[in-house]
Design a protein around this ligand. Structure first.
Ligand code: FAD
Length: 457
């Protein structure tokens, strides 16, 4: 019987999974393998929220495989060595896996190919598993990647997507291949209390509910902080419990006004991946440097810590930062405001903010996080690098009634309506009673400093 190994990485699902589909079929055996690699953890993956979510994804994947007669094989160690070992134990002739853009993943893929080939086995790497349109599939005439979103999106929209693949009905796993125990999500300490649930079953349930009753209002309501009217599918797209190809097909199939605005966001995800594939150093280096000399030293660290703790004195920024800590997730408008405040009002290096986000975000993702931070800091692909978001006017615009602030900033829970965005205007005795801090600095001071810094050459 022909045997294949399917290596799962950021694609923890059975539905619409090209590597699994290519490996399975009548008369074939498959080892569905996940490797817990300490090198991945050391590279910054191992934070409580993502570890807990991952554990749920693996349990769900195992359960879904068992429904089909199979099971998940989990191993711990160096990915390349473990894949080769499992392939030898199962006498597999080939290994299937999804393509990935990070330098880390590509280095691993090259090493794996070499080692497998030296043992007479083949590696098949499948595109359009973790993206809808693979990086490099569309390029401008003069470069290996698009640096501006709008023309990218035009070309992206014209690409024909592959068809959605059904999950295999039956998976036969060789008995001789043993598995380490599945990780327990409940064993992870320090998880955000409001963390969402992981796993393909949960992802599919969320997607169905979103397409039924959420996406229609997306275009009008996606920026409304209190309405919480975005899909919240980002952790599922990050861990691959949902396929971006399937999400786009099904969203388009659902039709309605909000659909294309939503699909456009999936294109942003692909856009960031094609930037990172071409410029892997953009995870840590300015994509387009503005020669910033970011603030450092004690004052800058004190300000950054107030930002991390949600105690800047600017309610909408603090609400967003507290949502991040509580849920391991933050509304996109909150992310923009928090990032603008740190980099432009406090003039603190975007890498410090990006690190904090990666420490907590369940969807924390090198491409999306680092490149969105760079976009907001003005060192990325943004065409308006000096734009500064004013947290008071933005708060009044995207949280006009103040409900988002009151939800997350308990000191201000009794302050009515939109006045909550300017607590310094409350009568002094009322303000002092709330215990909420005064503003870290006047906005005009931050703006002057930023303009001076960016103005110099
Ligand atoms: P929806 O609005 O429902 O969008 C659907 C999907 O499109 C999202 O799930 C996501 O996969 C994708 N998407 C949406 N907005 C963007 C965007 N601006 N860039 C790329 N893809 C997008 N997203 C992450 O997935 N991981 C991150 O680590 C991350 N860090 C960010 C950091 C900053 C400073 C900023 C400004 C944005 C960041 N984003 C990140 C993008 C965006 O904020 C989240 O994807 C979105 O808020 C997730 O919520 P949702 O699933 O409800 O999104």
């Amino acid at each position: 019987m022909r045997t294949s190994v399917v290596l799962f990485t950021c694609d923890l699902r059975l539905s619409d999974h090209p590597p699994l589909r290519a490996a399975s079929g009548p008369g074939r055996r498959v080892v569905p393998l996940f490797v817990r690699d300490p090198a991945v953890d050391r590279a910054g993956f191992a934070v409580p929220n993502r570890l807990a979510f991952l554990a749920e994804c693996l349990r769900d994947l195992d359960a879904r495989l068992r429904e089909r007669g199979g099971r998940l094989v989990v191993r711990e160690g160096d990915t390349v060595s473990e894949v080769c070992r499992v392939a030898a134990e199962a006498d597999a002739c080939e290994v299937h896996m999804a393509a990935d853009v990070s330098v880390f993943a590509q280095r691993k893929e090259r090493r794996l190919r070499r080692e497998l080939e030296s043992a007479g086995r083949r590696l098949h790497v499948h595109e359009a598993v973790s993206t809808a349109v693979p990086p490099g599939a569309v390029t401008p005439a003069s470069s290996d990647h698009f640096a501006v979103f709008t023309p990218y999106y035009r070309r992206w929209s014209q690409q024909g997507l592959r068809e959605v693949l059904a999950a295999p009905r039956r998976v036969v796993v060789p008995e001789e291949v043993a598995s380490a125990p599945l990780p327990e999500g409940t064993e992870v300490a320090g998880v955000s209390p409001g963390l969402c649930a992981g796993g393909e079953s949960e992802g599919r349930r969320r997607l169905a509910a979103w397409l039924r009753s959420g996406v229609g209002a997306y275009e009008d309501r996606h920026d409304d902080l209190a309405a919480d009217a975005t899909s919240r599918l980002s952790p599922h797209l990050h861990f691959g419990t949902l396929s971006p190809v399937e999400v786009v097909h099904r969203a388009r199939g659902a039709g309605g006004a909000g659909t294309e605005a939503f699909v456009r966001q999936i294109a942003w995800r692909d856009f960031n991946r094609q930037v990172l594939a071409a410029r892997p150093d953009a995870t840590g280096r300015d994509y387009r440097t503005r020669d910033d000399r970011w603030r450092t030293g004690k004052d800058a660290e004190r300000d950054a810590e107030a930002w991390r703790r949600g105690r800047t004195g600017y309610p909408v920024v603090d609400a967003a930062m507290r949502q991040l800590r509580h849920e391991g997730w933050m509304h996109n408008r909150g992310r923009l405001l928090a990032a603008s405040f740190l980099t432009k009002t406090l003039y603190v290096d975007w890498r410090i903010g990006a690190r904090h986000f990666l420490d907590l975000l369940v969807d924390g993702d090198m491409a999306n996080n680092q490149l969105n931070w760079q976009w907001m800091a003005g060192t990325g692909t943004d065409t308006r690098p000096n734009r500064v978001l004013n947290p008071v006017t933005q708060g009044k615009r995207y949280d006009p009634d103040g409900a988002y602030v009151r939800r997350w900033v308990e000191e201000l829970a009794q302050v009515p309506g939109g006045t909550v965005h300017e607590p310094w205007k409350l009568p002094e005795e009322v303000r002092a009673d709330t215990g909420y801090p005064g503003p870290l600095l006047p906005l005009s001071e931050g703006l002057d400093r930023f303009r001076r810094a960016r103005g110099r050459r």
